[in-house]
Design a binder for this molecule. Structure first.
Ligand code: LLP
Length: 425
């Protein structure tokens, strides 16, 4: 029996498009957006949700996000370009990032991007210059370092005291910066932003960071009489990769944060700011699946390996963060698991192991492996290491399939190569 994903037979998709293949379920994305609509945007007035596009950003995804009524968070000129080319409303785009360059800021300001999330002084100088040059008003939020520890992999923890992201609250640095920008004619301070980390299963860190930021908002009001109109609480809501991960609905994070904000504002007679969130993985992670074909099978020492026709170039997460995934044999889903096997990638790195010791039905060369929850940070982090073309992406929706990103060809690998004349002879 074959595995069906959003109404499509995965073995037929593999035949049609080849493997490795990224498949994305539009129904799952729509469910996630609907949940954000019901449990955040419609439940609480004066709120906004922007999708963190770094998780996965083909132009078709921009369309799905825009139709769902969400905004878009971009972190580079490239992401901004993709969004603008897809026709995304620039007013609904927020530009994050810890080292935006002059050209990137110019692209953003010229195109009237809705918000720039400011990370440092250099950026402020350039925003000022560019806003003057183009005679624009630029609306900003300050990204702060909330100094919060999180329970996640070190590489995806971003709110601790020495994080490379944001403006420190230590030594009055933040207030000095705030005062400097307050004097600007064309930079308009809208709010405060934090993002504390990714794949978080506990709401504690978000609550701690929110509490700290609320105190900051109160201090700003007391010091300058300035009303902070927007509070952006970042993303980071965890998803289920394997049975070890708890399943938490978005309300688990949102409700206590909103209660905390409402009661703080009431107690301190503050106008409640607009609350913005930036989920990436929570929207796209579980909507994705990757298909691979099993190649060589062998036993070395104590380990039985089955090798896939992809690996760290299409999903760097196991090598980079020791991320765990669950998988099944898509052409044998009616067969019960009866052997423990390690799924290795095909690339020249010992860390290129997709899943260690997974229980699967008796595996054979040619079997189709389906890996769950690969929607976030896989395609968007893909590389051409070992000369591997980046696989295609197919959007599936209730039995329909549509190619949304063509797979690279070998010719794509050399398209930007130049050979100097003197080497031709
Ligand atoms: N907002 C900001 C400012 C961020 O830096 C991020 C993620 C997000 C929102 C969205 O976080 P999410 O909801 O997706 O957790 N490559 C890593 C994740 C890096 C996340 C970086 N920033 C991974 O594969 O786990």
């Amino acid at each position: 029996m074959n595995m069906i994903f959003d109404g499509c037979d995965t073995t037929l998709l593999a035949k049609k498009y080849g493997t490795p293949l990224y498949i994305i379920s539009q129904s799952t994305i729509n469910e996630r957006i609907e949940s954000i609509q019901q449990n955040f945007l419609k439940k609480y007035p004066n709120t906004k949700a922007v999708y963190a596009s770094k998780a996965f950003l083909p132009m078709a995804m921009c369309k799905i996000i825009q139709r769902g009524g969400l905004g878009l968070d971009v972190v580079s000129g490239g992401e901004l370009y993709i969004a603008l080319k897809s026709g995304f409303d620039p007013k609904m785009i927020e530009f994050n990032g810890n080292n935006k360059n002059y050209k990137e800021l110019e692209l953003a300001i010229k195109n009237d991007v809705g918000r720039i999330i400011v990370d440092n002084l250099l950026e402020i100088k350039w925003i000022e210059e560019l806003s003057n040059k183009y005679n624009k008003k630029t609306y900003i939020l300050f990204r702060i370092v909330p100094d919060i520890e999180t329970d996640t992999h070190d590489y995806i923890s971003t709110g601790h005291k020495s994080s490379k992201f944001g403006i420190t609250l230590e030594n009055n640095f933040f207030f000095n910066t705030f005062e400097q920008v307050m004097k600007s004619n064309n930079i308009n301070i809208k709010g405060i932003h934090f993002h504390i980390g990714s794949q978080l299963h506990d709401n504690k860190s978000h609550l701690n960071a929110t509490r700290k930021t609320l105190h900051l908002i109160k201090d700003i009001k007391m010091k300058y009489g300035y009303d902070i109109e927007e509070l952006n609480i970042g993303g980071g809501f965890g998803i289920k990769y394997t049975d070890e991960d708890p399943v938490k609905p978005i309300e688990y994070f949102i409700d206590p944060i909103m209660n905390l904000i409402d009661s703080f504002c009431l107690d301190h007679r503050l106008e409640r700011p607009m609350i913005i969130t930036e989920p990436g993985r929570w929207i796209i992670g579980e909507a994705g699946m990757t298909l691979y074909t099993i190649g060589s099978i062998k036993e070395n020492g104590q380990t039985k390996y089955a090798a896939i026709d992809g690996g760290m170039t299409d999903n760097i997460r196991p090598s980079l963060y020791q991320a765990k995934y669950a998988a099944c044999l898509a052409n044998k889903i009616d067969q019960s698991p009866d052997e423990i096997i390690t799924l290795s990638g095909k690339f020249c790195e010992s860390s290129d192991i997709l899943i260690k010791d997974i229980k699967l039905p008796k595996i054979a060369t040619g079997d189709l492996l389906a890996v769950y929850a690969t929607g976030a940070y896989t395609y968007s982090m893909a590389s051409n290491y070992n000369g591997q073309p980046i696989p295609p992406v197919v959007l599936v929706n209730k039995g329909q399939d549509h190619l949304i990103v063509k797979g690279q060809t070998y010719d794509d690998l050399i398209i930007n190569n130049l050979i100097p004349k003197y080497l031709e002879v």
